[in-house]
Write a protein that binds this ligand. Structure first.
Ligand code: NAD
Length: 296
């Protein structure tokens, strides 16, 4: 069993640490949010104040942070970062969605520091994080992959080694382009259906048996009371915060620009989501976009 330093005990990180603990690993957590620290401590996770302290005896460091900015700070921070404090032979696995350019930057910094680093963004939502059924998209050198696969076993339903540096984030950006557009269109469709006086429960039963069916519609239906455990049925508590999906769509747009791909639909979804974020929806679940559309 390993000692794991875990950086980021939020909506995804916290349930993932539970599974690691249940699998018999020792988990030492770090988070800047006192509420996240408290919740983890109450569940038997050791929480420390500094990355240096968490890394001092860790065989592996896993991170689940909001954006590339936090991951770069946490990993490559001068003296205080993971790369500077990892013991010899340790491995670093970042599970955050940070985009392709940040992934390349981190792989280069890790190489310079002589650290084994694998990018491992995930899909499956907080539901998958709690159930240990996440899909992992690994990017990094072949030599580290088997070890990381073994480490991720308690968390994963499926682990794909997509390729070298940047490949895992490339796959994640593409997946979330599809998911983000689905979330936006599910909210638009639900708003339209409401205005057309359709019974939303009856519509749900039709769509999940029809060509409009999609994962987000079934699990994250935007209308309250349709899917019992959905964020919409829990006053749009996240789940997946709107500002994080806006971030993911902007990563897709950035990727599209870098290779000249026309991803206009993603641009439209990003624009309506950004408006919702600015209108106060940032920390609400992505499906709360429906509330903004309903006001228009
Ligand atoms: P979250 O905001 O709930 O959690 C992030 C945690 O990181 C917070 O607790 C925050 O306090 C902590 N943090 C921020 N800066 C820190 C720092 N410098 N040091 C230590 N802790 C720090 O977000 P989340 O929903 O858990 O998402 C995490 C990542 O996973 C994001 O990149 C997101 O895009 C991705 N993701 C989320 C979902 C989802 O459904 N929520 C699904 C797949 C992927």
């Amino acid at each position: 069993m390993a000692t794991i330093a875990w950086i980021g005990l939020g909506l995804m990180g916290y349930p993932m640490t539970n599974l690691m603990k249940e699998a018999g690993h020792t988990v030492i957590g770090v988070d800047i949010d006192p509420a996240a620290q408290k919740r983890a401590r109450e569940n038997g996770i050791i929480v420390v104040d500094t990355i240096a302290e968490a890394c001092s005896n860790a065989d592996a460091v896993l991170s689940m942070l909001p954006t590339g900015k936090e991951v770069r700070e946490v990993m490559a921070g001068h003296n205080s970062g993971v790369f500077a404090n990892l013991k010899a032979g340790g491995v670093v696995v970042d599970c955050s969605t940070i985009g392709i350019d940040n992934a390349h930057e981190l792989h280069a910094a890790a190489e310079k520091a002589g650290v084994a680093f694998v990018e491992a963004p995930v899909s499956g939502g907080t539901e998958g994080a709690a159930a240990g059924t996440l899909t992992f998209m690994l990017g990094g050198a072949d030599e580290h992959i088997e070890r990381v696969r073994e480490l991720l076993k308690p968390l994963a339903g499926y682990v794909a080694h997509v390729g070298g540096p940047g490949a895992g984030q490339s796959a994640k950006v593409v997946n979330n382009l599809i998911m983000g557009v689905c979330v936006a269109v599910n909210c638009e469709a639900t708003d339209l259906a409401t205005r057309l006086n359709l019974d939303l429960k009856a519509l749900f039963e039709i769509v999940i048996r029809s060509s409009g069916d999609n994962w987000a519609f079934r699990l994250w239906n935007p209308a309250p009371g349709i899917v019992p455990d959905s964020p919409a049925s829990k006053e749009y508590k996240p789940g997946f915060k709107s500002w994080l999906l806006a971030k993911d769509l902007s990563l897709a747009l950035e990727a599209g620009r870098s290779v000249g791909a026309n991803i206009a639909t993603a641009g439209a979804a990003h624009a309506i989501l950004e408006r919702h974020v600015k209108d106060g929806g940032a920390d609400m679940d992505v499906t709360s976009l429906l509330l903004s559309l309903a006001k228009q």
